[in-house]
Write a new protein. Structure first.
Ligand SMILES: [Ca+2]
Length: 471
């Protein structure tokens, strides 16, 4: 086992788990003496506001509408993503990370660590009563910021206080640089971006993702001497598909707002370039070792995009509960944790990030968290993967939609609340549900387990407008 500089503080149960394993190996006494000396038996305490943070830096980059298939390390032949491949080589590339099928459901889940059935209000809105990973890390003493896409004030549905430009602060981010805060505008050429309450003056020569990246790099530079948290929900690679500054068409200002699916490739590759710049910045400032740098996507690729992969063409499935709507890339670099050049096939879902960050920051969790930390996995410690992923999806709660739904899945099987049960190895596109009357012994066992798991969850009635019901 790798020797760590400090004892891995985590939840109480994780500690019990750890001690038990050590006791079995006869090493418990030594561990206790070590702990008493090094940490003064401080164990895990809630880090209230103003505490001195001691954990690694955390940067979460979440691309907008990029499914699993878009990374060349995940099999894409259509686009080249050398920076993300390098990130995977330096750290871990996960093959089984599942998001929600759409923006807001994913954002609410990843930011709060809770299932949509427990705290989702409506599309484009994050309930002001919620605590996010911004709040958790700020309270743990981290310097926090968010940059990129917001779309959470509730403008679409005219929520109370939706024009409040201070909402990101309320959710724990001390600084922000955001597109679509209280007003929607261009996200790419001549973007509408608000930075800490001030709208930036921009022209057609300004590219939104560049402005956001500049702010992030500046934030990292300013805060390199203390633990920081950057949440970067990217504007890329969402439609409209437009030229990037690296596209030949960018040379002509009149073409910068032209749209064509062909620009999707340029946008993926620009995303990769941005990730490369963040990586290089960390490397230059000697921050790479002690930074958890994460790249993921908020949902599957746009349905207009077909990507060539080593396994054949793959159509985007954004908005759908199929794999092409929920299977997303996840690449994590954390050299300080001791993992390198590994492929992780553990199941990870979007509720897991907040508890992972809390573990990394050695702080406790707000109440009501549904997710499960995978920090031990990143830190090269004994880790028990989750058995199921749960996705509850009802994006526009004032309307009934046949795209809403709920499932629980293992790697191999998927069970919906409407009773459809699929073998995901032989029927990836869910064409033929298994006959519940004719299941094999193994299938029966999984079916029973998944049913039990669903019974433990809150699930809405998808046949009625949920919001009207709750109002
Ligand atoms: Ca999205």
């Amino acid at each position: 086992m790798r020797t760590r500089k400090s004892f891995p503080a985590a939840s109480f149960f994780v500690l019990i788990d750890y001690f038990y394993a050590r006791m079995m190996k006869g090493k418990l006494l030594i561990e206790i003496l070590f702990l008493a000396l090094v940490s003064g038996l401080s164990m895990v305490t809630y880090a209230g506001p103003g505490n001195q943070a001691t954990g690694p830096n955390i940067i979460l980059i979440m691309c907008d509408d990029m499914g699993y298939e878009c990374l060349s390390s995940n099999g894409s032949l259509s686009y080249s993503t050398p920076s993300l491949d390098k990130l995977a080589w330096k750290g871990l590339r996960f093959t089984q990370c599942y998001s929600q099928p759409l923006c807001t459901p994913s954002r609410v889940k990843i930011m709060t660590g809770r299932y949509n059935s427990n705290n989702y209000i409506d599309f484009g809105y994050l309930d002001v009563r919620e605590k996010t990973f911004g709040n958790v890390l700020k309270d743990a003493g981290y310097k926090t910021m968010i940059a990129g896409k917001w779309q959470l004030n509730g403008i679409n549905t005219n929520e109370e206080g939706c024009m409040d430009p201070e909402r990101p602060y309320q959710f724990g981010f001390e600084e922000y640089c955001l597109w679509w805060l209280t007003e929607k505008g261009s996200r790419y050429a001549d973007p509408l971006i608000v930075q800490n309450g001030t709208r930036l003056e921009t022209t057609i020569d300004d590219y939104g993702p560049d402005l956001v990246l500049d702010y992030i790099l500046n934030f990292i530079e300013r805060n390199k001497n203390e633990p920081f948290f950057v949440y970067y929900p990217m504007m890329l690679v969402h439609s409209p598909f437009q030229p990037t500054p690296d596209s030949p068409e960018w040379a002509d200002p009149d073409k910068r707002n032209s749209t064509d699916n062909k620009f999707f490739k340029d946008m993926v590759e620009y995303t990769d370039k941005i990730v490369g710049k963040i990586f290089a910045s960390l490397e230059e400032q000697d921050l790479l070792e002690n930074t958890i740098l994460i790249f993921t996507g908020d949902n599957g690729t746009n349905t207009d995009i077909i990507t060539e992969t080593k396994d054949g063409p793959y159509k985007g499935g954004k908005g759908r509960l199929f794999d092409n709507g929920t299977h997303v890339p996840l690449v994590i670099s954390y050299p300080g944790g001791g993992k390198k050049a590994e492929v992780g096939s553990e199941l990870i879902e979007f509720s897991d990030f907040l508890p992972t960050f809390a573990d990394a920051a050695k702080t406790s969790l707000p109440p009501g968290i549904d997710g499960r930390s995978f920090y031990r996995l990143l830190a090269n410690q004994r880790y028990k993967p989750r058995k199921y992923v749960f996705v509850h999806y009802y994006p526009n709660t004032t309307n009934v939609s046949n795209r809403s739904g709920c499932f629980v899945r293992t790697k191999g099987y998927k069970l919906y609340t409407d009773g459809r049960f699929f073998d995901m190895q032989s029927d990836k596109w869910e064409k033929t549900p298994l006959n519940a009357e004719a299941l094999s012994k193994e299938e029966k066992k999984v079916y029973k387990q998944l049913n039990k798991e669903l019974k433990n969850k809150i699930v809405w009635d998808f046949s009625i407008p949920h919001r009207n019901k709750t109002n």
